[in-house]
Design a binder for this molecule. Sequence first.
Ligand code: SF4
Length: 332
Amino acid sequence: MTVLEAHYDQALHDEIRTLAKARNAVILAHNYERPEIQDVADFVGDSLGLSREAARTDADVIVFCGVHFMAETAAILSPRKTVLLPDMAAGCSLASTINAEQLREWKASYPGAVVVSYVNTTAAVKAESDYCCTSGNAVEVIESIPPETTILFCPDMFLGAHVKRVTGRENIVVWMGECHVHAGIDPEHIELMRERHPGAEFTSVLDAVSSGAVSSRRLQVLSTEGMIRRPAQSEADEFIVATEIGILHRLRRENPGKVFHAANDRASCAYMKVTTLPKVLRSLEHMEHRITVPADVAAKAKRAIDRMVAIGGSQPKPQLSPAPDPAVDPGE
Ligand code: SF4
Protein backbone atom coordinates (compact mmCIF):
# COMPACT_ATOMS: atom_id res chain seq x y z
CA MET A 1 0.00 0.00 0.00
CA THR A 2 1.40 3.43 -0.89
CA VAL A 3 1.08 6.52 1.26
CA LEU A 4 -1.49 7.85 -1.18
CA GLU A 5 -3.84 5.00 -0.37
CA ALA A 6 -5.71 6.32 2.62
CA HIS A 7 -5.73 4.42 5.91
CA TYR A 8 -9.31 5.40 6.63
CA ASP A 9 -10.85 4.59 9.97
CA GLN A 10 -14.22 6.26 10.32
CA ALA A 11 -14.45 5.60 14.07
CA LEU A 12 -11.06 7.19 14.65
CA HIS A 13 -11.92 10.07 12.35
CA ASP A 14 -15.14 10.72 14.30
CA GLU A 15 -13.36 10.44 17.65
CA ILE A 16 -10.82 13.05 16.57
CA ARG A 17 -13.53 15.42 15.34
CA THR A 18 -15.47 15.06 18.60
CA LEU A 19 -12.41 15.66 20.75
CA ALA A 20 -11.29 18.60 18.61
CA LYS A 21 -14.66 20.21 19.21
CA ALA A 22 -14.48 19.57 22.96
CA ARG A 23 -10.99 21.10 23.12
CA ASN A 24 -11.94 24.03 20.85
CA ALA A 25 -9.11 22.86 18.61
CA VAL A 26 -8.54 23.49 14.93
CA ILE A 27 -6.70 20.86 12.89
CA LEU A 28 -4.42 22.22 10.17
CA ALA A 29 -2.91 19.89 7.58
CA HIS A 30 -0.27 20.52 4.97
CA ASN A 31 -0.90 19.53 1.35
CA TYR A 32 1.77 16.82 1.67
CA GLU A 33 0.10 15.00 4.58
CA ARG A 34 -1.49 11.55 4.24
CA PRO A 35 -4.98 11.55 2.65
CA GLU A 36 -6.77 10.59 5.86
CA ILE A 37 -5.03 13.42 7.72
CA GLN A 38 -6.08 15.93 5.07
CA ASP A 39 -9.63 14.63 5.36
CA VAL A 40 -9.84 14.96 9.14
CA ALA A 41 -8.42 18.50 9.09
CA ASP A 42 -10.37 21.75 9.23
CA PHE A 43 -7.99 23.39 6.77
CA VAL A 44 -5.54 22.00 4.22
CA GLY A 45 -2.98 24.24 2.59
CA ASP A 46 0.61 25.29 2.05
CA SER A 47 2.83 26.58 4.84
CA LEU A 48 1.96 30.24 4.26
CA GLY A 49 -1.76 29.54 4.04
CA LEU A 50 -1.67 27.47 7.21
CA SER A 51 0.33 30.18 9.00
CA ARG A 52 -2.32 32.70 8.08
CA GLU A 53 -5.04 30.33 9.27
CA ALA A 54 -3.17 29.80 12.55
CA ALA A 55 -2.97 33.55 13.06
CA ARG A 56 -6.64 34.17 12.41
CA THR A 57 -8.32 31.22 14.13
CA ASP A 58 -10.18 31.79 17.38
CA ALA A 59 -9.58 28.19 18.47
CA ASP A 60 -7.66 27.67 21.72
CA VAL A 61 -5.63 24.78 20.35
CA ILE A 62 -3.94 24.27 16.98
CA VAL A 63 -3.10 20.69 16.02
CA PHE A 64 -0.48 21.20 13.34
CA CYS A 65 -0.26 18.28 10.94
CA GLY A 66 2.84 19.34 9.11
CA VAL A 67 6.51 19.56 10.04
CA HIS A 68 8.22 21.13 13.03
CA PHE A 69 9.26 24.46 11.52
CA MET A 70 5.67 25.08 10.40
CA ALA A 71 4.35 24.47 13.91
CA GLU A 72 6.99 26.89 15.21
CA THR A 73 5.75 29.52 12.78
CA ALA A 74 2.18 28.94 14.00
CA ALA A 75 3.38 29.33 17.59
CA ILE A 76 5.13 32.60 16.72
CA LEU A 77 2.05 33.99 14.98
CA SER A 78 -0.34 32.75 17.69
CA PRO A 79 1.57 33.07 20.97
CA ARG A 80 -1.52 32.75 23.15
CA LYS A 81 -2.69 29.51 21.54
CA THR A 82 -1.54 26.00 22.30
CA VAL A 83 0.19 24.57 19.24
CA LEU A 84 0.52 20.78 19.11
CA LEU A 85 2.65 18.67 16.78
CA PRO A 86 1.38 15.06 16.81
CA ASP A 87 4.85 13.57 16.16
CA MET A 88 8.13 15.26 17.03
CA ALA A 89 9.85 13.21 14.31
CA ALA A 90 8.21 15.49 11.73
CA GLY A 91 11.38 17.33 10.76
CA CYS A 92 12.61 18.67 7.42
CA SER A 93 15.79 17.75 5.57
CA LEU A 94 15.94 21.20 4.00
CA ALA A 95 15.48 23.16 7.25
CA SER A 96 18.16 21.05 8.92
CA THR A 97 20.82 22.11 6.39
CA ILE A 98 21.43 25.35 8.28
CA ASN A 99 21.25 26.32 11.95
CA ALA A 100 21.47 29.71 13.65
CA GLU A 101 25.16 29.39 14.44
CA GLN A 102 26.04 28.53 10.84
CA LEU A 103 23.98 31.48 9.65
CA ARG A 104 25.72 33.86 12.07
CA GLU A 105 29.11 32.68 10.78
CA TRP A 106 27.96 33.12 7.17
CA LYS A 107 26.70 36.64 7.91
CA ALA A 108 30.02 37.52 9.52
CA SER A 109 31.72 36.81 6.17
CA TYR A 110 29.44 39.29 4.36
CA PRO A 111 29.17 42.48 6.43
CA GLY A 112 26.25 44.63 5.29
CA ALA A 113 24.49 41.77 3.51
CA VAL A 114 20.77 41.17 3.91
CA VAL A 115 19.55 37.64 4.73
CA VAL A 116 16.54 36.19 2.93
CA SER A 117 15.44 32.81 4.25
CA TYR A 118 12.97 30.48 2.64
CA VAL A 119 10.17 29.72 5.08
CA ASN A 120 11.54 26.16 5.48
CA THR A 121 13.87 27.14 8.31
CA THR A 122 13.84 26.88 12.09
CA ALA A 123 12.60 29.77 14.21
CA ALA A 124 16.19 30.37 15.33
CA VAL A 125 17.32 30.80 11.70
CA LYS A 126 14.36 33.07 10.96
CA ALA A 127 15.39 35.17 13.96
CA GLU A 128 18.80 35.71 12.31
CA SER A 129 17.15 36.64 8.99
CA ASP A 130 15.96 39.98 7.65
CA TYR A 131 13.23 38.51 5.46
CA CYS A 132 11.46 35.21 5.06
CA CYS A 133 9.93 34.24 1.73
CA THR A 134 7.91 31.49 0.13
CA SER A 135 8.36 30.12 -3.37
CA GLY A 136 5.40 32.31 -4.33
CA ASN A 137 6.93 35.63 -3.32
CA ALA A 138 10.71 34.98 -3.33
CA VAL A 139 11.26 37.06 -6.47
CA GLU A 140 9.19 39.94 -5.12
CA VAL A 141 11.05 39.88 -1.80
CA ILE A 142 14.39 40.01 -3.63
CA GLU A 143 13.19 42.85 -5.85
CA SER A 144 12.14 44.86 -2.78
CA ILE A 145 15.79 44.99 -1.64
CA PRO A 146 18.03 47.76 -3.11
CA PRO A 147 19.95 46.35 -6.11
CA GLU A 148 23.35 47.25 -4.69
CA THR A 149 22.79 45.27 -1.47
CA THR A 150 24.35 41.82 -1.24
CA ILE A 151 21.80 39.13 -0.40
CA LEU A 152 22.48 35.88 1.43
CA PHE A 153 19.77 33.44 0.36
CA CYS A 154 19.15 30.23 2.31
CA PRO A 155 18.66 27.34 2.57
CA ASP A 156 17.19 26.11 -0.74
CA MET A 157 19.79 26.19 -3.52
CA PHE A 158 17.17 25.46 -6.20
CA LEU A 159 14.98 28.39 -5.23
CA GLY A 160 18.08 30.53 -4.76
CA ALA A 161 19.32 29.68 -8.25
CA HIS A 162 15.87 30.40 -9.64
CA VAL A 163 15.56 33.87 -8.09
CA LYS A 164 19.08 34.66 -9.27
CA ARG A 165 18.16 33.78 -12.84
CA VAL A 166 14.79 35.53 -12.79
CA THR A 167 16.04 38.76 -11.20
CA GLY A 168 19.37 38.77 -13.03
CA ARG A 169 21.11 39.83 -9.82
CA GLU A 170 24.70 38.69 -9.44
CA ASN A 171 25.03 39.77 -5.80
CA ILE A 172 22.95 36.90 -4.39
CA VAL A 173 24.97 34.30 -2.49
CA VAL A 174 23.11 31.00 -2.17
CA TRP A 175 23.36 28.44 0.64
CA MET A 176 23.80 24.95 -0.79
CA GLY A 177 20.86 23.26 0.95
CA GLU A 178 18.32 21.04 -0.77
CA CYS A 179 15.18 19.07 -0.10
CA HIS A 180 15.77 15.42 -0.93
CA VAL A 181 12.20 15.08 -2.19
CA HIS A 182 12.24 17.86 -4.75
CA ALA A 183 15.81 17.05 -5.75
CA GLY A 184 14.55 13.57 -6.65
CA ILE A 185 12.17 14.88 -9.31
CA ASP A 186 14.66 15.15 -12.10
CA PRO A 187 14.30 16.09 -15.78
CA GLU A 188 14.48 12.41 -16.83
CA HIS A 189 11.37 11.54 -14.80
CA ILE A 190 9.54 14.52 -16.16
CA GLU A 191 10.37 13.85 -19.81
CA LEU A 192 9.47 10.16 -19.42
CA MET A 193 6.05 11.01 -18.05
CA ARG A 194 5.47 13.57 -20.79
CA GLU A 195 6.20 10.90 -23.37
CA ARG A 196 3.79 8.48 -21.68
CA HIS A 197 1.02 11.06 -21.38
CA PRO A 198 1.46 13.37 -24.38
CA GLY A 199 -1.97 14.97 -23.96
CA ALA A 200 -1.52 15.82 -20.30
CA GLU A 201 -0.97 19.30 -19.05
CA PHE A 202 2.39 19.48 -17.32
CA THR A 203 3.30 20.81 -13.88
CA SER A 204 7.03 20.93 -13.29
CA VAL A 205 9.69 21.39 -10.64
CA LEU A 206 10.87 24.94 -10.72
CA ASP A 207 14.61 24.46 -11.02
CA ALA A 208 14.54 22.04 -13.91
CA VAL A 209 12.28 24.34 -15.86
CA SER A 210 13.95 27.56 -14.85
CA SER A 211 17.36 26.27 -15.86
CA GLY A 212 16.08 25.06 -19.21
CA ALA A 213 16.74 21.39 -18.40
CA VAL A 214 13.07 20.69 -19.09
CA SER A 215 11.06 22.15 -21.93
CA SER A 216 8.72 24.98 -20.92
CA ARG A 217 6.20 23.85 -23.56
CA ARG A 218 2.66 24.39 -22.23
CA LEU A 219 4.08 25.39 -18.89
CA GLN A 220 4.01 28.06 -16.19
CA VAL A 221 5.48 28.22 -12.71
CA LEU A 222 2.81 28.40 -10.02
CA SER A 223 2.87 28.37 -6.26
CA THR A 224 1.42 25.28 -4.56
CA GLU A 225 -1.93 26.99 -4.12
CA GLY A 226 -1.82 28.11 -7.74
CA MET A 227 -1.26 24.51 -8.70
CA ILE A 228 -4.32 23.50 -6.67
CA ARG A 229 -6.46 26.06 -8.48
CA ARG A 230 -5.09 25.39 -11.96
CA PRO A 231 -7.11 22.24 -12.94
CA ALA A 232 -10.44 24.00 -12.41
CA GLN A 233 -9.29 26.79 -14.72
CA SER A 234 -7.86 24.51 -17.40
CA GLU A 235 -9.67 22.73 -20.22
CA ALA A 236 -7.25 19.81 -19.90
CA ASP A 237 -8.55 16.56 -18.37
CA GLU A 238 -5.17 15.05 -17.55
CA PHE A 239 -2.23 16.49 -15.63
CA ILE A 240 1.33 15.50 -14.75
CA VAL A 241 2.20 16.90 -11.34
CA ALA A 242 5.85 17.37 -10.48
CA THR A 243 5.94 17.96 -6.77
CA GLU A 244 5.49 15.98 -3.56
CA ILE A 245 2.85 13.32 -4.16
CA GLY A 246 0.68 14.15 -1.14
CA ILE A 247 -0.78 17.00 -3.14
CA LEU A 248 -2.40 14.51 -5.52
CA HIS A 249 -5.04 13.64 -2.93
CA ARG A 250 -6.25 17.22 -2.72
CA LEU A 251 -6.13 17.66 -6.49
CA ARG A 252 -8.20 14.50 -7.01
CA ARG A 253 -10.65 15.37 -4.26
CA GLU A 254 -11.26 18.87 -5.61
CA ASN A 255 -11.31 17.81 -9.28
CA PRO A 256 -13.10 14.44 -9.40
CA GLY A 257 -13.55 14.51 -13.18
CA LYS A 258 -9.84 14.93 -13.96
CA VAL A 259 -6.86 12.58 -13.98
CA PHE A 260 -3.58 13.32 -12.19
CA HIS A 261 -0.23 11.54 -12.55
CA ALA A 262 2.82 11.99 -10.33
CA ALA A 263 5.96 12.93 -12.28
CA ASN A 264 7.77 10.65 -9.83
CA ASP A 265 5.58 8.56 -7.56
CA ARG A 266 8.47 8.11 -5.13
CA ALA A 267 8.60 11.85 -4.45
CA SER A 268 7.17 11.46 -0.99
CA CYS A 269 8.25 13.38 2.10
CA ALA A 270 8.72 10.85 4.89
CA TYR A 271 8.58 13.62 7.49
CA MET A 272 5.11 14.65 6.39
CA LYS A 273 3.91 11.06 6.43
CA VAL A 274 4.81 10.30 10.06
CA THR A 275 1.56 11.89 11.19
CA THR A 276 -1.24 9.33 11.40
CA LEU A 277 -4.80 9.34 12.74
CA PRO A 278 -3.86 7.54 16.01
CA LYS A 279 -1.13 10.14 16.62
CA VAL A 280 -3.55 13.01 16.03
CA LEU A 281 -6.00 11.47 18.50
CA ARG A 282 -3.26 10.94 21.06
CA SER A 283 -2.09 14.51 20.55
CA LEU A 284 -5.55 15.82 21.42
CA GLU A 285 -6.05 13.42 24.30
CA HIS A 286 -2.74 14.23 26.00
CA MET A 287 -2.27 17.76 24.61
CA GLU A 288 1.12 16.80 23.19
CA HIS A 289 3.61 17.75 21.83
CA ARG A 290 3.48 21.45 22.66
CA ILE A 291 5.57 23.64 20.39
CA THR A 292 6.86 26.84 21.94
CA VAL A 293 9.43 29.38 20.82
CA PRO A 294 11.43 31.51 23.31
CA ALA A 295 10.02 35.05 23.38
CA ASP A 296 13.23 36.76 22.24
CA VAL A 297 13.65 34.36 19.29
CA ALA A 298 9.96 34.66 18.42
CA ALA A 299 10.06 38.47 18.40
CA LYS A 300 13.01 38.53 15.99
CA ALA A 301 11.64 35.75 13.79
CA LYS A 302 8.26 37.46 13.60
CA ARG A 303 9.83 40.53 12.06
CA ALA A 304 11.11 38.44 9.14
CA ILE A 305 7.83 36.51 8.88
CA ASP A 306 5.75 39.71 8.87
CA ARG A 307 7.79 40.98 5.94
CA MET A 308 7.13 37.72 4.10
CA VAL A 309 3.40 37.98 4.66
CA ALA A 310 3.38 41.65 3.61
CA ILE A 311 5.21 41.25 0.29
CA GLY A 312 3.16 39.84 -2.59
CA GLY A 313 2.79 36.15 -3.14
CA SER A 314 -0.98 36.15 -2.72
CA GLN A 315 -1.59 35.76 -6.44
CA PRO A 316 0.75 33.19 -7.99
CA LYS A 317 1.66 34.27 -11.44
CA PRO A 318 3.25 32.77 -14.55
CA GLN A 319 6.99 33.34 -14.60
CA LEU A 320 8.39 31.39 -17.50
CA SER A 321 5.94 30.95 -20.30
CA PRO A 322 2.96 32.96 -21.44
CA ALA A 323 1.42 29.78 -22.83
CA PRO A 324 -2.22 29.43 -21.82
CA ASP A 325 -2.22 25.79 -21.00
CA PRO A 326 0.21 24.72 -18.31
CA ALA A 327 0.64 24.05 -14.57
CA VAL A 328 3.64 23.91 -12.17
CA ASP A 329 5.28 24.22 -8.70
CA PRO A 330 8.11 23.53 -6.34
CA GLY A 331 7.21 25.25 -3.16
CA GLU A 332 5.36 24.54 0.02
S1 SF4 B 1 9.21 17.98 1.27
FE1 SF4 B 1 11.35 18.55 1.66
S2 SF4 B 1 11.28 20.72 2.24
FE2 SF4 B 1 9.20 19.85 2.48
S3 SF4 B 1 9.05 19.19 4.61
FE3 SF4 B 1 9.70 17.41 3.39
S4 SF4 B 1 11.94 17.45 3.52
FE4 SF4 B 1 11.22 19.47 4.14
